[in-house]
Design a protein around this ligand. Structure first.
Ligand code: BTN
Length: 255
């Protein structure tokens, strides 16, 4: 594990590429720590005691992974930023591929996988009207399955994909650049252009199962990409298409 940045836990942030980065040994959740910081701040920790995933699931955050939350400005109407989680997922794939990882894919709404194994998760939370906290967890050199045996076979680490350089500070820098790029694209071009480009990348149509929030009855169908709001388009067996937003869906499975 690269602990260099954490030998002296910063009482002041480190300035890097226009970001103010607070580095901690351990926090409850970097998203919570970042919740009242201004835009262009970031919080990174060696470990999280209570790392959170989407839809309230716990997120194993053992030493050697990159656990970071960045605060982005989100002026104007909330709907304008609805595509942020997916714009971030896409920019992160580009960044990780630049570093040397290959065969990455985005699983709606914003998991980054290799095959069916998860490399990276993104949790976007809004604590204020003006900003969004974008939490990113990347398995780098950690051992998630030793902390949760149920994860065996379902995760992949960056070090497995690019055994050479896997320095957390270096990855952090590329991740923060990717976030700035995602933010610029959304601010300048809006989400529809991003959605159109993402729709070219999903590959063959997959059968998927959605468990909707507040319902125990799963809905099955064929994944038909996303609409211009980032909602998943699901075709039923008769070809009728319905769109579901990530907040409607508590569990998404490829079947
Ligand atoms: C998911 O795939 O469910 C999202 C996982 C997001 C995990 C990251 S780790 C840094 C940040 N802090 C958290 O508590 N969660 C996010």
């Amino acid at each position: 594990m690269n602990t260099e940045s954490f030998l002296h836990e910063a009482a002041v942030p480190v300035a890097l590429d226009g970001w103010q980065i607070w580095r901690h040994k351990e926090v409850e959740s970097t998203n919570s720590t970042a919740s009242d910081l201004p835009a262009w701040s970031a919080v990174r920790a060696c470990t999280q005691r209570n790392g959170r995933g989407r839809t309230g699931r716990p997120w194993v955050s053992d030493p050697g992974g990159l656990w970071i939350s960045a605060v982005l400005p989100c002026p104007g109407q909330r709907a304008r930023w609805a595509g942020l989680p997916m714009a971030v997922g896409w920019a992160l794939i580009e960044a990780l591929e630049t570093l040397g990882a290959s065969d990455l894919r985005l699983r709606w709404p914003n998991d980054i996988l290799v095959g069916n194994r998860k490399l990276c998760g993104v949790l976007v939370e809004r604590y204020s009207d003006a900003t969004a906290v974008v939490g990113i967890g990347i398995n780098v050199r950690n051992q998630p399955e030793s902390f949760d045996p149920l994860l065996a076979g379902s995760t992949v680490r960056l070090v497995d994909l690019m055994p050479g350089r896997c320095d957390l500070d270096w990855i952090e820098r590329h991740v923060l650049r990717a976030l700035r790029r995602a933010h610029e694209r959304l601010s300048v071009d809006g989400f529809p252009g991003i959605a159109d480009r993402l729709n070219l990348t999903w590959g063959a149509s997959r059968r998927v199962e959605l468990t909707l929030s507040g319902s125990r009855m799963p809905v099955r169908g064929s994944f038909r990409g996303i609409d211009h709001h980032g909602r998943l388009r699901l075709a039923d067996d008769r070809g009728a298409v319905q769109a579901w937003s990530a907040s409607d869906v508590s569990l998404f499975r490829e079947i």
